[in-house]
Design a protein around this ligand. Structure first.
Ligand SMILES: Nc1ncnc2c1ncn2[C@@H]1O[C@H](COP(=O)(O)OP(=O)(O)O)[C@@H](O)[C@H]1O
Ligand SMILES: [Mg+2]
Length: 294
């Protein structure tokens, strides 16, 4: 059985895509685990571009080849039979992925056909929440970890990603906004878990659902002074840790990751001192990740 982990934050530019990508590479390279990435970031598709740069032109033009998550939601909206197949792509990093599709921006329960009864409407609503989980259910034996990158916005798509996940992590910058953002993420996860139990009792479904477990925030782009976190960042780290939510290790701000992003590769492939430091930080976080998402 694969463990599914989503990467969530309510803000963009905090390092979500970087964390998801680098942890995926570390799981594969250092721990020899089988990894699938689901790119649900329809705004930027950053991981899709990194894993297969030839797809960038499709992404920019707004039409992706093959069958992806967009088509699965579309089947529900057009009341077509739902098919289980989806195109899995392989990459030169030995990581498989389901590419992002900019058309996922249109995913919304508002598009569902209206049922004849309240019960039918509730069932359709539940189907919508289950779209990603259903796609992943057929892939459980092929992977050890399935990582879902997301877009920074509370949406129906994000809720389907939370539903499909066993665990959630939140990459954060160590500033005041993240101290505020992390409880918001936790509330969103609790919201999905709560809705599922309401729907289960309303519909009397026998579905077994393990509530998604928030396992922590990961400090990204942390700034140090003389080998320790800068005062203001240390304050935020401690504040967040009061919720018991911080990964012990964090990634410092630096050119290694920036250079890696420019070259569409992993920081571990960059030959500079800062990249080696950041690679060691990624590795330490990945060890924690494995312990928190067993
Ligand atoms: N530790 C770091 N040091 C320097 N730049 C970083 C670091 N982490 C991420 N970045 C850069 O910050 C930008 C935003 O990161 P990204 O992972 O795309 O954030 P998000 O997915 O949350 O929008 C990217 O250009 C990325 O290369
Ligand atoms: Mg991103």
């Amino acid at each position: 059985m694969a463990r599914t982990v989503c990467f969530i934050s309510e803000k963009g530019g905090v390092g979500k895509t970087t964390a998801c990508f680098e942890i995926a590479i570390a799981l594969k390279r250092t721990h020899n685990l089988r990894v699938l990435i689901v790119d649900a970031d329809y705004q930027r598709g950053g991981i899709t571009g990194r894993l297969d740069s030839s797809l960038i032109k499709n992404f920019t033009a707004g039409s992706m080849p093959g069958i992806n998550l967009f088509h699965k939601f579309q089947q529900l909206y057009s009341a077509s039979p739902t098919t289980s197949g989806i195109d899995i792509r392989s990459s030169s990093f030995n990581i498989d992925f389901i590419p992002a599709d900019p058309r996922l921006a249109s995913v919304s329960e508002d598009k569902l056909p209206s049922g004849k009864t309240i019960r039918q409407n509730s069932e359709l609503f539940f189907e919508h929440l289950m779209v990603i989980a259903k796609v992943l259910s057929g892939l459980q034996d092929q992977y050890d970890y399935i990582l879902i990158d997301s877009h920074p916005e509370v949406s129906s798509l994000l809720r389907a990603a939370i539903f499909a996940s066993d665990y959630a992590v939140s990459p954060v910058k160590l500033d005041l906004q993240s101290s505020i953002g992390v409880p918001t993420v936790i509330a969103e996860i609790n919201g999905v878990n709560g809705d599922v139990s309401v729907m289960q009792s309303t519909l009397g479904t026998a579905l077994t659902y393990n509530p998604t477990n928030f396992v922590g925030a990961i400090g990204m782009m942390a700034r140090e002074y003389a080998g320790d976190l800068k005062d203001s960042e240390d304050t935020e780290y401690r504040r967040l840790n009061r919720f018991g939510t911080m990964f012990q290790h964090y990634i410092t701000e630096g050119d290694g990751i920036r250079r890696a992003a420019q070259n569409r590769t992993s920081v571990r492939n960059i030959g500079m001192a800062n990249a080696r430091k950041q690679t060691a930080q990624v590795d330490a976080i990945t060890v924690e990740f494995l312990a928190k998402c067993p």
